[in-house]
Design a protein around this ligand. Sequence first.
Ligand code: ADP
Ligand code: MG
Length: 418
Amino acid sequence: MTLVGVEGSRVRISVPTRFMCDWVESQYIERLNDLWAIEGTSIEGVYLFVSGGATAASGASPEESHPAPVREKMAQDTLGAPLDPRFTFENFIVGKPNELAFAAARRVAEAETAPYNPLFLYGGVGLGKTHLMHAIALHLRQTRPEKHVVYLSAEKFMYQFIRALRFRDTVAFKEQFRSVDILMIDDVQFIAGKDSTQEEFFHTFNALVDQNRQVVISADKSPNDLEGMEERMKSRLGWGLVADIHPTTYELRYGILQSKADDLGIEIPEKILEFLAHKIASNVRELEGALNRIVAYASLIGRPITLETTQDVLQDILRANDRKVTIEEIQKRVAEHFNIRLSEMYSSRRARAVARPRQIAMYLSKQLTARSLPEIGRKFGGRDHTTVMHAVRKVEELKSTDSGFGEDVELLRRMLET
Ligand code: ADP
Ligand code: MG
């Protein structure tokens, strides 16, 4: 079965044969309806179709039971992929790493004529490429519903092309794509090395650009770095605006977490958000996953969210995001935390305001790295190993007598921990 799309309150599912349609209809339709009802309260019914042909629908509207119009409608529906209604511009948090891509996507969504063709968005996995493409489509759907906007993955493009070949229907395939006003192809790296699909895509692409129709492409690499892509394709892809999305920064991650927590309507201690933003640096998808998991856990178990439960619940994610911490990172993080200059880590000043953080950094270096006391001493402005030893003892003593101090050190340790 193929999920064709969700349109308002209807779910449309296509199946390849009449027999399957009848079978699913008689055996599973209620269960499908129930499951969809759980997914979204606005869903009223599941509609089954034989792909490209007659229909059998549960509670079909009169329009649905006429094979001819349905067939036409189907052709349109199957061209693109469904959009995620949450992937709007409003829900996209902008920071240094993605500001160019965001601005370019907005411009494309608002422009009368294609401002750059194509818009090529690239970046690592989970950094918001698909989100921005959906945002363009959602915006256009609202502001200019007459425009024929099609979003689909390069993979789906390929499958449709292969299907068209199999059914000797390539003329219809070409026509469908060439009548699109704005075409967005996601994850174009997928068709690298797939020569005939690439060829077809190249022609579709050229036909659209020649008619000033907007094309938006995403990939995991820049056009030039796409291996298995023909030279002429690479050069054509780089013709318009190439905007890369950089890996997230701490600030962006923190902003995203805050906004998602707001959306979920859940109060999450600032320390936890800071902790997550520090530790889960891989991508936004994983960050969201972590937040959802903590929230689900807290609501199921009914206990408040603490650093301990967070660490417990996210063990696997945290381990995957682990990296070896260095003395330099520890010094930098501790200096930031106490708002002192990094150079105070090596300086000989003994004022408490700088000496204490320096001792904490030495303590953490001993705890979190495999460096020896003399090695650590050298990294702190050439101090003696006995100074480091003294620092370790002092911090341990303070931790046991002053709980606020202990918490501070613990937080730093968790943030840095490998
Ligand atoms: P990509 O297509 O680059 O692999 P996605 O667009 O699927 O990544 O993003 C992964 C998840 O992270 C989505 O749920 C998306 O909404 C979210 N996301 C990514 N970047 C941002 C951002 N800047 N603000 C809010 N959410 C984001
Ligand atoms: Mg994507």
